[in-house]
Design a binder for this molecule. Structure first.
Ligand code: NAP
Ligand code: GDD
Length: 343
């Protein structure tokens, strides 16, 4: 896929000029769904990608030719300023981050740089180029961490339990701060876990759906997991990117919890996924203490009443449908790979 060289854009616009959106993290799960959604809404979609020795554009391969990619990095302030002044987006969606919680204990400083300070770098670029650009920050339910209150709302106090969660709290507050200090239309979406067939295989839902498909098709024997009692409020990524866009279409910027309001354990997830292909999970799943986290969070369940009332948002895919969707997609992919003799 080609990456654009910097070109300065005409600043004059007519009423027919399409809305321009810039997505950081466009190669990730949410970036791919959001890019598709914005294209359907008639947007001109630009994506920021970082340099890598191998391209990892699989999730956006199917919209190649409809989006424009630009090289920049959350660690490099000047590259972000240049990108935003070249593209002159109406809306910036900051989805890029080191997003895997266990990695944040292995690389706490890098996580702070990407996931925390990276937000300030994007906001600084907006402040310097054009404070009229609307900004969405991908905040997280991990900010609530070891919370007392359940379910969590926009008013629930934060108690993050991982370097990732701590970095996201910084990203959240710097977003609020730039809104209040510079009058930037900046919103923080406090999103609970959301999954899809495009989810990275290190996250538990996809690890399970991939393993179920491989076990069913005879190319894997067992599945090792960590804490089976851990519980999450899991929704579908396709529903959640709609909420991001809705936040930036309001008259006033604000922060919103986005969640299903239901909590399920990893054990529920495993049982549903194995049952879907007619297998008894207890014959295949073992637990490995190495996969336990130094600190766990147990009470994450969101109350999205504000989003429902102000944005008209509600999730459309329920948990059992999500699990079946992910297992079916992995069954199809693993079968194809077996037929192509890749496995
Ligand atoms: P993801 O699949 O891990 O994608 C992360 C994206 O960030 C990738 O495109 C990655 O690019 C990019 N990135 C990482 N470091 C970068 C850097 N230094 N410069 C430029 N790009 C960089 O994550 P996701 O699930 O789509 O989540 C999107 C955002 O929402 C993240 O900020 C995440 O923390 C947050 N969030 C996610 C959830 C969830 O349940 N999915 C819930 C709450 C919040 P490469 O392809 O080059 O690695
Ligand atoms: N990854 C993983 N692998 N998790 C496991 C495993 C395993 O083998 N076994 C049990 N779990 C449990 C974890 O301990 C955790 O409690 C839960 O499954 C979910 O883990 P992940 O899927 O890795 O997601 P996460 O909740 O840590 O983080 C995701 O959601 C956040 C929103 O709350 C990420 O997408 C974050 O970027 C996001 O902010």
């Amino acid at each position: 896929m080609s990456i654009n060289q910097p070109v300065s854009r005409q600043k004059s616009e007519s009423k027919d000029t399409p809305r321009r959106a810039l997505i950081t993290g466009i190669t990730g799960q949410d970036g791919a769904y959001l890019a598709e959604f914005l294209l359907e809404m008639g947007y001109e979609v630009h994506g920021m990608v970082r340099r890598s020795s191998t391209e990892s554009f699989d999730r956006i391969e199917h919209i190649h030719g409809h989006i424009e990619l630009h090289q920049a990095d959350l660690l490099d302030q000047l590259s972000i300023i240049t990108l935003i002044s070249d593209v002159r987006p109406h809306e910036v969606y900051n989805l890029a981050a080191q997003s895997f919680v266990p990695t944040s204990w292995l690389q706490p400083l890098l996580t702070g740089e990407f996931t925390g300070l990276g937000v300030t770098r994007v906001l600084e670029a907006i402040r310097l180029v054009d404070t009229g650009i609307r900004f969405y920050q991908a905040s997280s339910s991990e900010m609530f961490g070891a919370v007392d209150e359940e379910p969590q709302t926009e008013a629930t106090p934060f108690y993050p339990r991982s370097p990732y969660g701590v970095a996201k709290v910084y990203g959240h507050w710097i977003t609020v701060n730039y809104r209040e200090s510079y009058d930037i239309f900046a919103c923080s979406g406090m999103l609970f876990n959301h999954e899809s067939p495009r989810r990275g295989k290190e996250f538990v839902t996809r690890k399970v759906s991939d393993a179920v498909a491989r076990i069913k098709l005879g190319v894997q024997d067992s599945l090792s997991l960590g804490n089976l009692d851990a519980a999450r409020d899991w929704g579908y990524a396709g529903d959640y990117v709609r909420a991001m866009w809705l936040m930036l279409q309001q008259d006033k910027p604000s922060d919103y919890v986005i969640a299903t309001g239901e909590k399920h354990t990893v054990r529920d997830l495993v049982e549903l996924a194995f049952n879907h292909v007619g297998l008894d999970w207890q014959k295949y799943v073992c637990t490995d203490p190495k996969l336990l986290r130094p600190a766990e969070v147990n009470k994450l369940r969101g109350d999205a009443t504000k989003a429902r009332n102000e944005l008209g948002w509600r999730p459309e895919v329920d948990f059992p449908s999500l699990v079946r969707m992910m297992v079916d997609a992995d069954l199809e992919r693993v079968e194809r790979e077996i037929n192509e003799q890749k496995l």
